[in-house]
Write a new protein. Sequence first.
Length: 456
Amino acid sequence: MNMNKLSRDASALSMALIGGAVIATHATLTLQVQRGEKIIEIPVAGRRAEMCIIPKRFQGANYSKKDLKTEEELCALQEGNNAAVCPKVDSTNPGLNMDDVPEGSTAQKVEAANCKVKGTHKIAKYKLSTSCSYAPSVLGYYHVSRILGGVGGGPPAVLRTYDGQNQLALGRKAQSLVKAGRLTTPTWAGLTSQLVAGARGNKRDQLLTHDFTQSYGALIENPRGEAGYSEFFNGGANNVTRAQAFRDQSAAMGLLSRTADVSTFVGREFNPANWQKMRQMKDASELVVLDTTLHQQDRFGNIHSEDRYYYYDSKDPHADGTPNLKSERKRKPDEVAQLGAIKIRKIVLKDHDCGVAKDNVAKKAGLNRRIAHMDPETYQRLLSFDAIADDPAVAKLFTQGVMFTAANFASVHKNLSELVTLLHDKCERAQLKLDLDRDAHFSGRPLTKASCELKG
């Protein structure tokens, strides 16, 4: 069955057309193409203002109020004013960190100490298409995550430019700070050479604006309070063997690949042990869906988690009178006891810059073939997305707002179509169960089988 041929009118993710030019082979950032909802100019003394672009959003996608607020906050960051900008020297990515400025200090003082100042916190990271990083991957993950209902817990990102001269100065500073022998040394040297080359650079379309005076990339929020997710890393010498180790050794993948109904091996009592199993299965399935669709190359070892409190709120019931399930990051001990809340670890996919134009490690390891359980809402959203993905309006949204090239979009579209065909066929053969609906599982009510077909 070709799910792409399903009626577009039935799609829950009907996309909006935006104005602009014909899809280009390269993704050079030009001012002539309408990129998003709004463009914010950030002044640069003596030179052209930088741009921050609030994205055009996909209708029907699940953008939270916090997402929309964070987009605005990211575009309000101004170097030397409310943010200090320092080169990243502690990873292989030659990006920029934007930190807040502690009370009583100045951005200039924080930058002079390379953001190693007590009381400062990293607000955001600016990542370019250099080294393994690919800025459209950062932007693409944000929007595809929301199209699928907010899966993966990844932070919001906006399209941003940065003054070339200022970035070149930061690149030279980074090279003076990086210790000899670190992988960051050649990555910063490579980026610096491209900035110097400007119009002559062989990566100019991926890195520079149309007039070659600024770089462009993704500015992504830096979450706080997260930790490495050790249960989602099972070792391995390289990207492929790490994905294979996750496939074969991860407890979450072991549960996810079991073909029996989830109610036969995960209890229905609302307690931390049962809930954590359901949460890990849901996280693992959605990680595989995202990474298979978006060509992630460098996932394992870059997975994080956060603790959340879950509870049922009888004072805010659903329309049918059943209590509403809620979750929050922080609760005081007496509130936890009063609400009967349970603390659970939830995945946070915040490092996904090495994707879209990269090696599809999840597909190589066959992780998609191990999915035997999914959240029915995620499954429906995936089918809906696939049903309208061949609409030219969708391609425009990705190539203009997310900075995909035509080849990027074609590749992601192909991954999406293949994944939907695989999952739909497995569902029809009862090899995929749409039973990771936690509300239903812990409700105490009889469980019903979800449909494999796209709802109209």
